[in-house]
Design a protein around this ligand. Structure first.
Ligand code: AVI
Length: 335
């Protein structure tokens, strides 16, 4: 079966740009003190595979919580969003497993919508579309390979239907609070009055529970982080020795985030051919790789107010570990 999707930038231009961007970000990140690499580079083909495994881990409760929320509240969500024809837009859809629970229900109760996954990674969109076409042959799908806001703007210019945007799985947690504000305000800008967004937030909870979710017993999360160094070796001609870096993740009560690092186990120098540069590491020197922010309900209310949305409903799982928060875009009230 051939899947249909639109690439908003020619593939070779996009690939060259993202390769250059990766190289530049690695150069900047390893040149600063303390060193840092962006978690957005976790997700090459290998990283995507490792993240799928993380989502199946018993310790990584986030996925099962969101599944539970969708199973228990799909009827309520459908009622609140579904009266007229809409675009169900998903930002960074991944494998779409959780979204399938919603799509199946929406189709079952006769809602009229087209599903529009937007992702910068062409393979991710292609795979998702193939899976969904298999499960829902009657579903109208339009995949977009582009940056989120470029895709949304393109969509708004094509079809005047209402948009319901999904940003699930605590993806928002990988932004700092100020980045989250900028992201949500940019999203607001790309949307119309009355459009909806459903955002998955991981909530603050027992620190032992948080710590276990990012320090799984099988070491998959460690591999997921180390894969970033492997990716630099592969794509930029680096010579990181993965045995000489150790994964470490801990909760920072001040930032409210699980903060993850790769720590150099000895004094070492790493060369990256494509950057024509070497980087030296002291023993126990960290590279920051990811922050996964956890929220209080009051943070979520504040964030919605600050960025021009009205909260319609908060859907919690039974343990109140996670919330999917349904917001509506309010253009009239915005300053
Ligand atoms: C994608 N993101 C929301 C995950 C998180 O929880 O921050 C990525 C992840 N990192 C380690 N485990 C999962």
């Amino acid at each position: 079966m051939t899947v249909q999707y639109k690439v908003l930038k020619p593939h070779d231009v996009q690939a060259a740009q993202s390769h250059q961007e990766f190289a530049l970000d690695v150069l900047l990140g390893l040149s600063k003190s303390p060193k840092a690499l962006s978690c957005k580079y976790f997700y090459d083909a290998e990283g995507n595979g490792l993240f799928q495994k993380i989502m199946e881990l018993p310790e990584y409760y986030l996925t099962e919580c969101e599944f539970e929320i969708f199973r228990d509240h799909r009827a309520g969500i459908a009622e609140l969003i579904g009266s007229s024809r809409f675009n169900l837009v998903e930002l960074g859809a991944g494998d779409g497993q959780k979204t399938r629970v919603l799509i199946e229900h929406f189709l079952g109760v006769g809602l009229v919508f087209r599903y529009v996954p937007i992702d910068i990674c062409e393979e991710a969109v292609e795979e998702l579309l193939q899976a969904l076409e298999h499960y829902f042959p009657a579903l109208q799908i339009e995949g977009l390979v582009s940056e989120y806001f470029v895709g949304l703007k393109w969509l708004s210019n094509q079809v005047r239907d209402r948009n319901v945007v999904l940003f699930l799985g605590s993806n928002i947690g990988n932004f700092s609070h100020s980045e989250a504000r900028v992201f949500l305000y940019s999203l607001w800008n790309a949307l119309n009055d009355g459009d909806c967004v459903l955002i998955g937030f991981d909530l603050k909870k027992d620190i032992r529970k948080l710590t276990m979710a990012y320090n799984d017993s099988q070491g998959i999360t460690a591999e997921f982080n180390l894969n970033l160094l492997r990716r630099i070796n592969r794509e930029l001609g680096g010579n990181f020795d993965l045995d000489q870096f150790k994964y470490y993740s801990a909760y920072n009560v001040y930032s409210g985030a699980m903060e993850s690092f790769l720590i150099s186990l000895k004094q070492q120098t790493v060369c990256i051919d494509m950057l024509n540069q070497s980087f030296s590491f002291d023993p126990w020197e960290p590279i920051h790789t990811e922050s996964s922010h956890k929220y209080l309900t009051s943070d979520i209310i504040e964030l919605a107010e600050e960025t021009g949305y009205e909260i319609t409903e908060q859907y919690y799982d039974s343990r109140r570990y996670f919330v999917d928060s349904l917001w509506q875009v309010r253009k009239s009230k915005a300053t």
